[in-house]
Design a protein around this ligand. Structure first.
Ligand SMILES: Nc1ncnc2c1ncn2[C@@H]1O[C@H](COP(=O)(O)OP(=O)(O)O)[C@@H](O)[C@H]1O
Ligand SMILES: [Mg+2]
Length: 583
C-alpha cells in the first residue's frame, strides 16, 4: 500500500498528528488515533484524500468494542487536514436507553436495523447479540455527525460502532425521505425511491425537495450565498498558503488587505474599527495566560485593556484551524450587522495576525453558567432569573425578526449568555450563527450546536429554523428554573438530558421536586408560585418535540413580559416560598 504525504510511517516525516505504524509481526498498517487506540488501515485513496480504517475489534462475547475501553471511541486531532467526513455512515450499537430519546434514530424501522439484519459486514451471531441487548440498540447517523472529529463511545452512551462509506438505501421507507417527498416506486415492481411531491423538485446539492416556481429565486439565492461563502473560504485558504510560502512580513500585509476588503464589504459597524496587532498585544500583555477568559475547541478569548481604559474581550481563532478562522470571520460579519442592547457589541477586529482577532466590549460579570452552576456561587433571585430570561428572549426575537436579515444564533446556551454587573444580559458567541432567507428551510450538512441544548429535530432532519433557537432557549429556561446542567452524567441514566428529566417529573406531578430548592425558602406566596409554574409551562412549550408546536421568540417575549410585569406589580419577594406547587 503506498502512503501519500502528509501520512507517513516515519516519525520524523509527515503530519505527527496522524501517524501510521507498521506492525512488524502481522505486516499490517495501523493508524494511531488519539488516546491510545490504533485502527487497521484498509485502504488509502490518495485521489479522493480518503483513508478507510477498520473499526476496533469486538471484546469477547459482548457488544462492546475494544476502543470503548481504551480511548472511548475514535478521536482525531482537531486540526486539518483530516476529519470524519460526511460520507461516513456511523452505526452505533449497545446504546443506553437515554439515547433513545436523543437525536439518534433508533426506531426499529431505521436503516440501521435493516442493515444489521441483512449486512454481511457484521457476523450474524454478533448482530443478534447487539440487537438482543436492548431493543432498539443501534442508531444510524447519515450525512456526518455532530462532531466531525470524534466518534465517542461511553458507558452511558453507546458502547460500539461500525462505520461504512456511503450507505445508499435501495429500499427507503417514508422515514428516510426528506419533507415534501414521498417514498414510492418509479415502476410498479421497481425499487423504491424518495420522490418529490408535485410542485417540488429535487435539489441535489441540498439533498431535499424545493418548491419549483415560488422558490426559484430563493434556491438561487441559497446557491449564490453558498458560492459567496465558499469563495470567501477559498480566498482565506489561498491567502494563508501564499502567506506561508513567501516573505512573512510583506505577505502579512497582503493578507490583512484581503481581509480588510472582506470586512469593508461586510460593512463593519460604525463604532467598530480595525485594530493593529501591536495595540492588541499591548492590551493583553502579549496574550498572557492570566488574561485568558475562556478557550474552546475553536479558539481563545482574552481580557484586554485599551490605552483609554476601555476593557475589551479579544477572541482569536486557533492557528491553522480553518473552521475556527471561518467562525471568527462569521462572527465579525454577523455582529457588524446587529445592534441591540442585549447583544454583545463588536468594537472591531484585527486581521494582521496569522489568525483573525475579534474585539468585543468586555462583559465583567461572567456567564449565566458561572452563576447558576457555582463558579461564581451567586444566588440568583427569582426576579433576576426572570429578567435574564426576558432579556435573552428579547435579543433572540430581535435576531429572528427585527434584524435586517434574520439571523439564527444556533448555539444558545448558558455559557453564551454574558452578564454585566447589574445582571443585564449580553448574548455572545455568534461563531455558528447564520443569516437566513425568511421562509426557506436551511439545510445543513451537519447540525452543529451543544448536546443538551441542540434541537433534536434539527439534528434529525438537518433543517435549521428559528424554532431550533426556541428549543435551546427552552433548555436555558429550565436551567434557570432548576439550577441544573443541561447535560449531567451524575444524574440517573434516564435523567441525563435536562429537558427530558424535568418534563418527565412535571408529567408525574412533581415539578416542585425539580425547581431550585433555594428559590423555595421564605414566606409562602401563591403569586410567585404561579409565576414559577407559568415559567415552567413556557419552557415545556419551547422544548416540544415538533417545531410547529413551539412558540416563536416573539410569543416567548410576550409571555415572559406578562410573567415579569405581574411579578413586579405584586412587588414579590425576591425568593419564592416553601409551599407545594399549585396544581
Ligand atoms: N465579551 C466578553 N466579555 C467577557 N467574557 C467573554 C466575552 N466573550 C467571551 N467571553 C468568555 O470567553 C468564553 C468563550 O467565548 P465564546 O464567545 O463563547 O467562544 P467559544 O465558546 O466559541 O469558545 C465565554 O464563555 C466567556 O466566558
Ligand atoms: Mg461559547
Amino acid at each position: 500500500m503506498s502512503i501519500p504525504y502528509p501520512l507517513s510511517t516515519n516519525p520524523t516525516c509527515g503530519d505527527p498528528d496522524y501517524s501510521l505504524h507498521c506492525d512488524a509481526g502481522s505486516q499490517k498498517l495501523y493508524f494511531n488515533a488519539l488516546n491510545g487506540s490504533s485502527y487497521l488501515v484498509i485502504r488509502i485513496i490518495a485521489s479522493s484524500q480518503q483513508m478507510v480504517v477498520q473499526p476496533s475489534p469486538w471484546i469477547g462475547n459482548s457488544c462492546v468494542t475494544r476502543d470503548a475501553l481504551v480511548s472511548e471511541g475514535l478521536w482525531l486531532n482537531q486540526t486539518p487536514p483530516f476529519n470524519l467526513t460526511s460520507s461516513n455512515t456511523i452505526f452505533f450499537f449497545n446504546c443506553s436507553p437515554r439515547l433513545l430519546v436523543s437525536p439518534l434514530n433508533c426506531t426499529s424501522s431505521s436503516l440501521c436495523h435493516r442493515y444489521l439484519d441483512s449486512s454481511g459486514h457484521i457476523d450474524k451471531a454478533r448482530a443478534a447479540q447487539c440487537a438482543g441487548n436492548l431493543e432498539p440498540c443501534c442508531a444510524f447517523v447519515a450525512g456526518g455527525i455532530a462532531s466531525a472529529y470524534k466518534i465517542r463511545l461511553h458507558s452511558l452512551g453507546c458502547r460500539a460502532f461500525r462505520s461504512i462509506l456511503h450507505l445508499d438505501p435501495l429500499k427507503p421507507s417514508q422515514l428516510d425521505c426528506s419533507p415534501n417527498s414521498k417514498c414510492s416506486g418509479v415502476a410498479p415492481d421497481g425499487p423504491l425511491r424518495c420522490l418529490c411531491n408535485k410542485g417540488y423538485v429535487r435539489d441535489r446539492t441540498l439533498a431535499t425537495c424545493l418548491r419549483t416556481k415560488k422558490h426559484t429565486y430563493s434556491t438561487l439565492s441559497i446557491k449564490i450565498s453558498t458560492g459567496v461563502v465558499c469563495f470567501l473560504c477559498l480566498t482565506t485558504v489561498a491567502a494563508t498558503i501564499t502567506l506561508r510560502k513567501s516573505c512573512r512580513l510583506s505577505n502579512r500585509a497582503k493578507l490583512a488587505k484581503a481581509r480588510d476588503d472582506m470586512l469593508k464589504s461586510s460593512n463593519l459597524g460604525k463604532s467598530a474599527r480595525v485594530f493593529s496587532l501591536k495595540e492588541l498585544k499591548k492590551a493583553t500583555s502579549n496574550f498572557s495566560r492570566e488574561r485568558l477568559l475562556g478557550s474552546g475547541g475553536f479558539g481563545e478569548a482574552y481580557r484586554g485593556e485599551l490605552p483609554d481604559g476601555t476593557l475589551v474581550a479579544i477572541k482569536s481563532a486557533k492557528v491553522g484551524n480553518i473552521m475556527s478562522t471561518q467562525q471568527v470571520l462569521n462572527e465579525v460579519g454577523i455582529l457588524s450587522q446587529v445592534n441591540h442592547k442585549n447583544l454583545v457589541k463588536l468594537l472591531g477586529c484585527c486581521m494582521e495576525a496569522d489568525v483573525p482577532l475579534m474585539v468585543n466590549e468586555y462583559i465583567a460579570n461572567g456567564t449565566l453558567h458561572d452563576h447558576v452552576h457555582g463558579k461564581r456561587s451567586t444566588f440568583l433571585d427569582w426576579m433576576t432569573r426572570l429578567k435574564i430570561a426576558l432579556q435573552t428572549a428579547e435579543a433572540l426575537a430581535y435576531l429572528h425578526s427585527a434584524a435586517n436579515t434574520p439571523i439564527y444564533h444556533t448555539d444558545v446556551k448558558s455559557t453564551n449568555i454574558l452578564l454585566d454587573n447589574d445582571f443585564n444580559v449580553k448574548v455572545a458567541d455568534f461563531g455558528l450563527s447564520r443569516f437566513v432567507q425568511p421562509g426557506i428551510s436551511h439545510v445543513s450538512t451537519c447540525a452543529q450546536g451543544t448536546f443538551g441544548y441542540l434541537d433534536p429535530e434539527y439534528y434529525r432532519n438537518q433543517q435549521l429554523t428559528d424554532k431550533s433557537d426556541v428549543y435551546s432557549f427552552g433548555v436555558v429556561l429550565l436551567d434557570l428554573l432548576t439550577s441544573q446542567k443541561a447535560v449531567d452524567y451524575t444524574r440517573d441514566e434516564d435523567d441525563v438530558n435536562l429537558a427530558i428529566f424535568v418534563s418527565q417529573r412535571a408529567k408525574n406531578g412533581d415539578l416542585k421536586g425539580v425547581v431550585d430548592r433555594k428559590l423555595l425558602v421564605t414566606e409562602p406566596s401563591t403569586d410567585i408560585l404561579n409565576s414559577v409554574k407559568l415559567f415552567a409551562e413556557l419552557a415545556f412549550a419551547c422544548v416540544r418535540d415538533r417545531k410547529q408546536d413551539r412558540p416563536s421568540m416573539k410569543d416567548v417575549v410576550n409571555e415572559l413580559q406578562c410573567i415579569f410585569q405581574h411579578c413586579k406589580s405584586q412587588s414579590l419577594p425576591l425568593v419564592a416560598s416553601n409551599v407545594s406547587m399549585p396544581a
